[in-house]
Design a protein around this ligand. Sequence first.
Ligand code: BGP
Length: 477
Amino acid sequence: MSHMSHADTSQRFPDSFVFGGATAAYQVEGACQSHGKGKVAWDDYLAEQGRFSPEPACDFYNRYDSDLELCERFGMNGIRVSIAWSRIFPEGGTGPVNEEGVRFYHDLFASCRAHGVEPYVTLHHFDSPAALYADGDFLNPATIDAFEAYARYCFEEFPEVANWFTFNEIAAATINRYVEGTWPLGKKVCLHECLQAQHNMMLAHARAVLAFEECGHPGKIGVIHALEYKYPYDPRSAADIEAAANDDVLQNRLLLDATFRGDYAPDTLARIEALCAVSGGTFRAPEGDLAIMRRAAQLNDCMGINYYQSRFLKAYDGENDLHHNGTGDKGTGRWRVAGVGERALRPGIPTTDWDWIIYPKGLFDLMMDISLRYPNYKELLVTENGMGRKDELVDGAVDDSERISYVEDHLRWILKAVECGVNVTGYFMWSLQDQFSWTNGYNKRYGFFYVDFETQKRTPKASAYWFKRIAQTGRLA
Ligand code: BGP
């Protein structure tokens, strides 16, 4: 299913293609509440849960230079990092600046340069400052203002960064918080707050894009979306087709319309309103917001796709039934929301231990869909893709051939999209090194580099050696 014909294996990625690994500040840095950093909502939430600590994660705050050296040794020419907003503005908003935090990022970017690894920098990766988060986060217009000010500060302070992303995964940030309730201050099945927060974050993105333009920053800017292709479980069932369309709007369509159109197509808007009504709320997208978003839609330079899985949807009208598999006990996850749909597994399509459906063709289908529906898109990057595993270090080595197959299959479908004319310019595996996972802690490993969290020793996995050859030759085989 996922393998191309043999003829395709001779294909090359374009010379300028970026091959790298991805990180996020909170998942790698450690130093969560030291060196002047302000709190984020996760700090107290995780402490209360007592399951696992984000401190020191993989200690990137102190070890970034040796990790970048590893990138260089393994042929990577790019890295995704994020700036922790509360390391720059500990109180959130536009309060006093933490100079030590600013220096840290200058040093990090200088180290990237020294190792020939281009930094792709995200301004917000699930880590709004705690005070703003508690005050409604992006449902509160004050956070939108604060985000614009923070973005503007970074564009001016870090001219050495050429590639910017505003947000990482607005869908995850809102669905996990307002629908699944698995993130701090979580609520269950509050669809109207979920979709309103998505709109407000896209307005904040748009305002940051306009600020970028105003600053005359010579680099590129875009946003990163976590996309999943939504297939009807039974393509002949009108009810399943409806469920797939609902989940598509919830996860992808609001955000893609906002990104590339700057407003909502009539059928998107109708479905947003219907979903909001499911939880008894309404949706507000005033003309003033849309005017800003329409201007920004023409200024985005690129968009990142984080792709892990796709979904097969069945119609569902029973009791809401959500269970997040955050332990790796295969078969325990459930996602059934009345009036939206049920995310079902299909026999014959493999899943990870965390019940993530492995379906590489979905990435191709998404890229084709974007290029056809939004012909004004300029450039796509795969900013995350990878496989969570319970990797084990055996005799000083990690055999993760399963991960190699996963990545290889996805890279083949990316090449196929390139062959069909889609402009894809980079691939970042999630993740560079093993790191902290928001709701799974440390037994779900994703990295090229195995991390012993006691000693912080890094060991390249089989996938790192395999990827090195691809990064160096631009060829899959
Ligand atoms: C994406 C996030 C990452 C990362 C990854 C894996 O949604 O951008 O931050 O965590 O998914 O997810 P998880 O750690 O839940 O397995």
